[in-house]
Design a protein around this ligand. Structure first.
Ligand code: GZL
Length: 316
């Protein structure tokens, strides 16, 4: 029991795959957690690409806790890895540990999400989506949909991602900035769903009880929360995708399947496949080469405006 308890209590879980290290490069990666299909796909891609590039990977899962990420980064410093990369669960609170990495001469790569700091030179680059643009694309789809349906008044409820995270802040900003000029659009309420399926369900149950048939649109910051929300809409007697327009972000297989069923109207892609760019950037840093400060992957929008049966396997 003691051994079991120790295993459960350890902060996050660690995976050290250094046996295939043909490049002599050891990369420490602090991953946020396993909260969504997106996150699981991101971890899988990073592990696969480390294998493909012959890079030694020390990956730690922080179970959604910033303290666990900070502790992991400190372990990477102590282990003297060549490069540290991480996906910051929230934007603030990283200055001290990143200063320690800088003093140790270990470069930092931000993957997926960004940090908010006054300090210069704490990180080398950000490899991740343009979340603001994802929010804009979600709103642009809604405006086109409202035009097509001839809607004159559109009530929107928002299920936001993890509070103070880059995707939550920027997806919301992109969406709200884009609908701001459209007098038909009205946001009834926005609540934090933490990118979790269970919270998406809770948020939608609350919204259906409070607003019911007033709701015309659900804007959800990720597929996990959207998948959790849909049964609550149906339990309340409404047809998702028909009575209520459903807009989601990520583009994982499960959400695309629901899009094909007609219960989601639009899924903005946010690819988790950032591993190749991460490995190439880490190798450049080890050689002392300069790297691009921001690397955005190319992404697309899937919606009921297209022949959704043509959408191929998503891989996450
Ligand atoms: C986006 C990523 C978000 C996903 C969620 O790049 O940070 O975190 O949209 C995940 O599914 O939890």
């Amino acid at each position: 029991m003691t051994v079991l308890l120790a295993a459960v209590m350890l902060p996050g879980c660690k995976k050290e795959k250094e046996e295939n290290n043909q490049t002599g490069l050891v990369l420490g990666f602090s991953q946020i957690g396993s909260e969504s299909a997106w996150r699981i796909g991101n971890t899988k891609d990073i592990e696969e690409q480390a294998e493909a590039y012959g890079i030694g990977l020390r990956l730690e899962n922080a179970n959604q806790k910033q303290d666990n990420q900070i502790a992991a980064i400190r372990r990477f410093i102590a282990y003297r890895v060549d490069v540290i990369a991480f996906s910051p669960v929230v934007e603030e609170g990283w200055d001290n540990v990143l200063m320690e990495a800088k003093e140790a001469g270990i470069p930092i790569i931000l993957v997926d999400r960004d940090i908010n700091t006054e300090q210069e030179g704490l990180t080398t680059c950000l490899i991740g989506a343009d979340f603001y643009r994802e929010g804009v694309q979600a709103a642009e789809y809604l405006i086109r949909k409202a035009d097509r349906l001839g809607l004159e008044h559109v009530n929107i409820v928002e299920i936001g991602g993890t509070e103070n995270s880059t995707p939550m802040r920027q997806r919301q900003a992109g969406f709200m900035d884009t609908i701001a000029g459209d007098s038909r659009m009205h946001v009834l309420e926005s609540i934090d769903g933490d990118f979790l399926k269970s919270r998406g369900e809770e948020c939608m149950r609350y919204y259906m009880e409070k607003y019911g048939e007033q709701i015309d649109v659900v804007f959800s910051h990720n597929d996990e929360m959207t998948i959790g929300a849909i049964p609550e809409i149906e339990k309340a007697g409404f047809k998702p995708g028909k009575d209520i327009i459903i807009i989601s972000i990520d583009g994982g297989q499960e959400a695309i399947n629901v899009l094909k069923e007609g219960k989601i109207n639009c899924v903005v892609e946010c690819t988790p496949k950032l591993g190749k760019e991460l490995m190439e950037t880490a190798l450049k840093l080890k050689k002392g080469e300069t790297v691009d400060p921001v690397i955005h992957p190319v992404e697309q929008v899937f919606s009921d405006e297209m022949n959704v049966s043509q959408i191929g396997p998503r891989g996450y």
